[in-house]
Design a protein around this ligand. Structure first.
Ligand SMILES: Nc1nc2c(ncn2[C@@H]2O[C@H](COP(=O)(O)OP(=O)(O)OP(=O)(O)O)[C@@H](O)[C@H]2O)c(=O)[nH]1
Length: 278
């Protein structure tokens, strides 16, 4: 995500950037991502998948080391670690806490998870995630920067489900999704919806999606000679399905911020560009 306004506020505190939902991201250019983040002052980065508990075991040791190396103001002999989980809505903050508990305490859910932004409504009491060291996490409601730097950044955030879809408009988002898939040459949607070939007209794509899902509705049209019933695709339902399919990874992993990485030198020349990265 471009811009880390919280970094200024948190600058003095040790912090770890957890990039979750790694299963949905195209990490072909992982080194470039890390380089870019380092240039922004973010050195401690872990990619995770909280659904499959991937890389979760790295979190506690890294956090322990970071705190160990930091100035322990007001801590005295208190050996407890209390850490705040901060991030945009729907990024997986609650899932991270639950995953850490599964890994370290063999305990399940402590905090509610949901597929929509805004599931966590209030700062909850601290939740234990590790015994040795004794570590507590505070789940917080998702936050977005008060000002989004550009319309495109806003659309990327919306595509990731950080705002409720209807606030942007499902069809607008579906249009941006189609544009993104075509730009990244991710043509999985062509076969999935039986389109025959890539298409940049969102209405045509949504029509196919609606027909495939049988999401069509009868509409009465008044003509000069009387009423006629016509079958119309349910574009909203089709747009919702298109977005859901993308967000579950079925249209392939994507790196939405690829444009930001372009122009950065590739650290490892053996890292060939993947299909769609031309
Ligand atoms: N594919 C994938 N989905 C994930 C991952 N982590 C969480 N999710 C899903 O993302 C959705 C949001 O997860 P939450 O943990 O509720 O996110 P949150 O950041 O706490 O959300 P808010 O409370 O709205 O701020 C849920 O449907 C999770 O199952 C992941 O690593 N990969």
């Amino acid at each position: 995500m471009p811009g880390y306004p919280l970094l200024e506020t948190l600058g003095v505190k040790p912090h770890l950037l957890v990039l979750n939902k790694m299963d949905l991201a195209d990490l072909t250019e992982k080194q470039k991502i890390l380089q870019h983040l380092e240039r922004e002052g973010l050195k401690n980065v872990i990619f995770t998948n909280c659904v499959k508990d991937e890389n979760i075991k790295q979190v506690v040791p890294v956090v322990t080391e970071l705190i160990g190396n930091s100035y322990r103001y007001n801590r005295g002999e208190n050996m407890e670690f209390c850490i705040m989980v901060i991030g945009v809505p729907n990024v997986g903050k609650s899932s991270l806490i639950n995953s850490l508990r599964r890994q370290h305490l063999k305990k399940g859910k402590a905090t509610r998870v949901g597929g929509e932004p805004g599931i966590t409504r209030a700062v909850m009491s601290r939740i234990q995630v590790s015994e040795q060291p004794l570590m507590f996490l505070l789940d917080t409601p998702g936050v977005l920067a008060p000002r989004i730097e550009s319309v495109e950044t806003g659309l990327k955030l919306a595509l990731c489900g950080t705002v409720l879809d209807h606030l942007v408009g499902e069809e607008t988002l579906a249009d941006y999704l189609l544009y993104t898939l075509n730009r990244h040459q991710l043509f999985g949607y062509v076969q999935r919806y039986g389109l025959g070939e890539a298409c940049d007209d969102v209405a045509s794509v949504l029509k196919r999606v609606a027909i495939k899902l049988r999401k069509t509705q009868k509409v009465k049209v008044l003509t000069g000679t009387g009423n006629v019933n016509i079958i119309q695709p349910n574009y909203s339902a089709a747009a919702r399905d298109f977005l859901r399919t993308f967000r579950s990874g079925l249209l392939g992993p994507v790196m939405l911020d690829r444009d930001i990485l372009q122009g950065l030198p590739t650290a490892d020349p053996s890292q060939a560009l993947g299909p769609g990265d031309a």
